[in-house]
Design a protein around this ligand. Structure first.
Ligand SMILES: C[S@@+](CC[C@H](N)C(=O)[O-])C[C@H]1O[C@@H](n2cnc3c(N)ncnc32)[C@H](O)[C@@H]1O
Ligand SMILES: *[C@@H]1O[C@H](CO)[C@@H](O)[C@H](O)[C@H]1NC(C)=O
Length: 279
């Protein structure tokens, strides 16, 4: 229990330590651009934090995220066989970060091509943080992957701005949406998540792995709310969002499979939900 309660504080410590590292890094690189405004500096700071913490987050997320995108997850439990439709068609990922799942996409596309199955054929990756977006390009080197994979340098709220995003996403045009620890970061979910719902085709799949609020007990959610006071300015994301409720309420769904991942402690201060919604 103590471990779970202290874990966010460990991450906040890493974020605090990333602050001087960010200042030194950009000064030494002569990249004064990072200091032009608070929000630009905040992005640079988060990028330094996430480049270090991201791999750890990937390690804990991968046992759920990979089966989720392979259609091998139900009720929060990983299945041996494919039980629902894997990632396919035109995909939009929100909050791409350093591109942790890019190699997985690449592999999936290659395998689908080899086996003649329906894999993803276009992937849009939304990432408004220019310092993180820049790290993405390094991953997108392999031959034709560049034709398939497009980084959109905007957040979810900017997707409708064709000039800024460089792409026009039509309503009801997406086969899949992927949100992996991204919905904790977006502004105004009540306003922006309906936009995403609209982009999704009828029958389209929304794959979710998000951290949410702790509903286990009043004491635990109280501790979580207290932690959030410090967490929000340090990590730039929300700890106590009821994302499952917001997603369910977006409109009509043909199918909803959202559950806590198997084996997560009830004391978790960063508890998750995992699963798929089908429109
Ligand atoms: C906790 S990180 C997770 C990154 C990635 N999904 C992963 O699993 O590594 C959240 C990401 O959301 C991005 N983000 C912040 N605001 C956003 C917005 N308005 N729209 C889309 N993404 C946003 C952040 O820049 C960051 O890369
Ligand atoms: C769209 O993006 C462009 C380029 O970033 C910006 O100049 C413009 O103000 C944006 N338009 C709206 C309506 O936000």
């Amino acid at each position: 229990m103590i471990r779970e309660i202290l874990f966010p504080w460990a991450l906040m410590t890493v974020s605090a330590l990333s602050l001087p590292v960010t200042i030194i890094k950009f000064l030494v690189a002569g990249d004064l651009h990072a200091f032009t405004s608070w929000s630009t500096f905040r992005d640079a700071w988060f990028a330094v934090f996430w480049i270090n913490v991201g791999p750890l987050a990937k390690q804990t997320a991968a046992p759920n995220v990979i089966p989720l995108l392979q259609g091998r997850l139900k009720d929060g439990k990983v299945q041996d066989k494919v039980v629902s439709q894997p990632l396919h068609g035109t995909v939009l990922e929100i909050g791409r970060g350093v591109g942790m799942w890019t190699q997985f996409y690449q592999k999936t596309i290659d395998e689908a091509e080899k086996e003649g199955t329906a894999g993803p054929d276009k992937i849009y990756a939304s990432e408004p943080n220019r310092f993180l977006a820049a790290t993405l390009k390094k991953h997108v080197k392999t031959a034709n992957f560049e034709e398939v994979y497009h980084v959109l340098p905007v957040g979810v709220e900017g997707l409708g701005n064709t000039t800024a995003s460089g792409t026009k996403i039509e309503p009801e045009s997406l086969d899949c949406i992927v949100t992996v620890q991204g919905l904790c970061c977006i502004p105004e979910p009540e306003k922006n998540l309906p936009l995403l719902y609209r982009y999704l085709k009828k029958g389209g799949h929304w794959y979710v792995f998000e951290h949410v609020r702790n509903d286990e007990s009043t004491i635990l959610s109280g501790i979580q709310s207290f932690t959030e006071i410090f967490w929000k300015p340090m990590i730039c994301c929300h700890l106590c969002r009821d994302t499952a409720k917001t997603l369910r309420g977006l409109g009509e769904w043909e199918e909803i499979d959202l559950a806590p991942p198997q084996g997560e402690s009830p004391y978790e201060m960063i508890p998750h939900i995992v699963g798929t919604l089908v429109k």
